[in-house]
Design a protein around this ligand. Structure first.
Ligand SMILES: C[C@H](O)CC(=O)C(=O)O
Ligand SMILES: [Mn+2]
Length: 343
């Protein structure tokens, strides 16, 4: 199938999903300079917030170096062409956060729920539409249920007013056929004017292949991060995705060399550890575990002596999903006791 001439909106994740491996400690200067670089490279949409979205600052998710408002105020006025988005998980972020983001100049709001819980997004999606924002429904951990369930949940979000729906591979578990089944069904059954998006994680090195599969099946928004800076083994690496699109004739409007310079000169130097498929990140993708659990599991390994890989496998067996971060330590303690490592 030729994708020549297809237009794709590349949505940058470096400054939001990339907050997970930075333990939400990016400085305002880092946010500003990366955002300026992305804008100059032609990236049209850039997400900025705590890794867990607006209001994520908490014991459960981690305290950031700056508030969401400070980050937004640092980035929004710097943008010449790019628009800024914010993620919001109902229950973590409130409608007051949403209004704050809109007042700070946020253009796109992405209301994220677990893939079976779209019904909790009605109020936030409805409010975003009332505020005339570009409103996206973001279904997380979309590998956990069949495509028909994703469609059911997407239709709910669409009925609340979302103009774009994402299937989100939060665990980096999906293979291209899994992506095609979900994106293809959404494209067939949502309104023709609804956009479809895909958000990938690179834990099985499928970020690019899965994103291209999504485009083949009708997705027009693709998430990616410069140098892949994101949870787990990172997001789909933006500079690679843009280069592959250029080779295939898919139009992103992003300059390959400028975005690779952003990745190399600005993002790689600010990594606290290499974003790569180490054995723990691989386990996320292999066992279908939420990517942002990675650093929690590594910390629990250091504290309780339970290998992060064993812990992640157990979290996968228990079907733990985003929002259950407190259960990681609890599970580590249970395993440590069972192995005689803790009283
Ligand atoms: C809050 C999560 O990090 C959202 C996300 O990027 C994902 O589910 O993947
Ligand atoms: Mn993600």
């Amino acid at each position: 199938m030729t994708l020549k001439g297809k237009k794709v909106t590349v949505h940058d994740m470096t400054l939001r999903d990339g907050m997970h491996p930075k333990r939400h400690q990016m400085t305002l200067d880092q946010m500003r300079s990366v955002a300026r670089g992305l804008d100059a490279a032609g990236v049209p949409l850039i997400e900025v917030t705590h890794g867990d979205g607006l209001g994520g600052s908490s014991v459960n998710y981690g305290f950031p170096a700056h508030s969401d408002l400070e980050y937004l105020q640092a980035v929004v006025p710097e943008m010449k062409k790019a628009k800024v988005s914010a993620l919001l998980i109902p229950g973590i972020g409130t409608v007051d956060h949403l209004r704050m983001a809109r007042d700070a100049g946020v253009h796109t709001i992405r209301v994220a729920t677990h893939c079976t819980e779209a019904d909790v997004s009605e109020q936030h999606i409805g409010m975003a539409r009332k505020l005339e924002m570009d409103t996206v429904g973001f279904l997380m951990m979309a590998h956990m249920v069949p495509p028909e369930k994703i469609l059911e949940q997407a239709l709910l979000m669409e009925s609340y007013g979302a103009n774009c729906i994402y299937a989100t591979d939060s665990a980096g578990y999906m293979l291209p056929e899994d992506v095609k089944a979900r994106i293809g069904l959404l494209r067939d059954r949502l309104k023709p004017e609804a956009e479809i998006g895909f958000h990938g994680h690179h834990n099985l090195a499928m970020g690019i292949a899965n994103s291209i599969a999504a485009v083949e099946c009708g997705a027009t928004r693709i998430d990616a991060a410069a140098a892949g800076l994101g949870a787990g083994a990172g997001n789909t690496p933006m500079e690679v995705f843009v280069a592959v699109c250029a080779r295939m004739g898919i139009e992103t409007g992003v300059d390959v060399f400028r975005i690779s310079d952003v990745a190399e000169d600005l993002v790689v130097p600010m990594m606290d550890h290499p974003i790569r498929i180490d054995r723990d990140a691989l386990t996320l993708g292999y066992a279908g575990v939420y990517s942002s659990f990675l650093l929690f599991a590594k910390r629990a390994e250091a504290k309780y002596g339970i290998p992060a890989r064993d812990l992640l496998l157990e979290l996968g067996r228990r079907g733990m999903v985003g929002g259950q971060e407190d259960m990681i330590e609890d599970t580590a303690l249970t395993l440590a006791r069972a192995r005689g490592l803790a009283a």
